[in-house]
Design a protein around this ligand. Sequence first.
Ligand SMILES: *Cc1c(COP(=O)(O)O)cnc(C)c1O
Length: 351
Amino acid sequence: MPSPRIDLYSDTQTRPSKGMREAMANAEVGDEQRGEDPSTNRLCEMTKELLGKEAAVFMPSGTMCNQIAILVQCNPGDDIIADKSAHIINSEGGGPAVFAGAMIRPVDGVRGVFQPDQAEAAIRKARRHAPRSRMIAIEQTANAGGGTVWPLDTIRGVSEVAQKHGLVMHMDGARLLNAAVASGVSARDFAEPFDSLWLDLSKGLGCPVGAVLAGSTDFIEQAWQWKQRMGGAMRQSGVIAAAGVYALEHHVERLAEDHENARFFAESVANLPGIRVETDGIDSNMVFFDVSETGMTAAEVHNRLLEHGVRIGENDRTRMRVVTHMDVTRDQVAEAAAALRTVVMEASRAA
Ligand SMILES: *Cc1c(COP(=O)(O)O)cnc(C)c1O
């Protein structure tokens, strides 16, 4: 099967743009682990400014940011409170158990977002028998929840609960800038209640690799030691950090187009027979829909769409996910919606 012409599987499918590649080719470089790579230093400076934190460190991936933030702040046996759909629960290979030895207490949120009273209910009383509740982790945007933007008020409410009980706050900000652009709330305001947070450069921002973890000077110093231990410290990382600098300068505002395209896709397929779009809100660049009433599984729809050159994610047996991004134009989104219509109509005629 040739690679799909229109790839809505994930915003990780973005390729570095021409401008980004030029910035990478011209990057000033040095030895990152000695603090001598000017481009990486610049990226960290920009990120800590953007997020209003004391310090930041460049990491190979968002997963490493999550795992190191947990390692620094949680001891073996500690509880992390997170929504049941969280990436740290479902998509990081059980990392919190493997590295920090931490437990996760899943919360039954709505579209990936839980409420302050739910957080409070999940915190355990200090007893000999019980794990120690240590961290509340939220995902901005909540990916498997639907690309949901956590409202600032809800974050503040959850953070008051954390403060009252002496827990730390961690944000998996893989798509924090999508949330900022979609809501008009600044990344800095979203970041304020968090002890640790990071943003991903390799999703909608269009970089080939990388993420930046931020927090207090002391937190980042400890994070650096884990990065070194785990072999995440780099050398001339400026070549890839320059892509991040370029993305923060050129690819943030345009995320609004991805959000418009996601809404456009949702509207285009909402009335197709058998397709049920999760329309509680298309907050950002994701559209989830269920295909069970077409009589097909998500895998079947996925494979038939591939014959039209379109790739859409299959999340479970009947749930599918479309993610818009900078390498897919409005016309291509329309084409993808038309392909889904064809596939669904063929299936309903065959039935
Ligand atoms: C992609 C993603 C991650 C992991 O980031 P990588 O850079 O792929 O390691 C973590 N959390 C969420 C919500 C994500 O979407």
